[in-house]
Write a protein that binds this ligand. Sequence first.
Ligand SMILES: [Zn+2]
Ligand SMILES: [Zn+2]
Length: 456
Amino acid sequence: MKLKRIILPIFTLGVVGFALASCGSETDTNNDSQTNTGSDHTHTYGDWTTTKEATESEKGSREKTCTVCGDKVTEEIAKLDHDYEITYTWAADDSTCTARAVCKRDSSHVLEETVNSTTEAITEPTFLKAGTGKTVANFTNSAFTKQSRNVTFEIPMKNFERVENKVYFGTYPQTKVEATAENGLSSISFDNTWTSYRYYLYGKVADYMYYKDIDIDDNGTYDYRGVYFTDFRASNCLAASYDINTRQSLYGYTTYVKYWFKYEPIEWNILSEENGKALIVANPILDAQEFNPSDEGSSFVHNGKSGCDNNYELSSIRLWLNNNFYNTSFNSIQKAKIEETEVKNDAYSTGYTTNSYACDDTNDNIFLLSVQELAIYSEINPIIKATGTDYALCQNLFVSTDSGSSKTSSWLLRSPGSFSKTTPKSVVLVKEDGTKGNTDTKWTYNGVRPACWIEL
Ligand SMILES: [Zn+2]
Ligand SMILES: [Zn+2]
């Protein structure tokens, strides 16, 4: 910024008045008549007559005369202020703006200031919508006023934000909202454009629970997800759907009703940070899914490999994280920030020196934490209890009545339990009270807190 001040004006402010009173004391008013106590008349003054014009460098004067006695009142006229004509000139690329003030009375009286332009948001960008902005110039000299260009430009949608030890990254349906005419959801009906979740009933994929993503402002980013079901989601995905085998009815959800959830930025906790990269885990429980919809203790074959129910490499949760969750939550810019990770699934990752259910390592974008990674997390943040979003509850997340007002829920890890203590159907989870436990792979009511490595 360059500030060139050629003239330093010295202003004399106000009018200094004084009176010559030969006819006794006076009360100074603006009236032509003034009371003269103890004398034979009241002065009656004529109009002011300028006796010397004020200029920018010298004061002037004026006087008025009593038409009765000839008494004169004289007063100063203050020096004139510069009478500036101000022009503002933008650089061709709008990078700077120059303000120039030239005095109409003397063109050698000039004020000039050039400043770098800045941008100002008219509407702030969010994770769902671009903002708008304009170019402005703010001057330090109070003779000049703030300038702004009429042209507005788009401020790109937010894709990433770090606040201390948290990052905001990706969006997922979270808070429940009512359908209204204002948000545009009340006019949307359930039809064959809704997508089946392909959730299990009786251990088989079935079409009974559906969703629809809505881009209400048609800007390429989903704003709401609708959920609709014709049967309750079974807590045991190998069993039937009925009221007592579900959490949904406890939370007030019912069949044949549309429910709506707002896509919101996902809040993540940074667990570890190195070389500009960070291991992050979703702060809330975002969803509820079974680990594997397979029969208790059985060995099954997937892509030519056989494993037990608690085999993370072959699990349905791994596919769900890297397909459903990954594609729902991240746009292409955000996907580029996610590092494909060599996910360790050996015995050490499960917290034991030997574990017959440890599986091969996997290469994934998104994963569940292991027992060993949870230990890192617990060092940084001993409060590993987590709470589900409205959406996760709607997906059948179990909220323990024991958790009271904290409304915490259990969440899955990817590690199988110790072979000596558990069975082939068992995986480790963090319970509502923050302690570790084991769960069967078939339950749909355990929480999912996705994790990944990202470029910061
Ligand atoms: Zn008089
Ligand atoms: Zn001047």
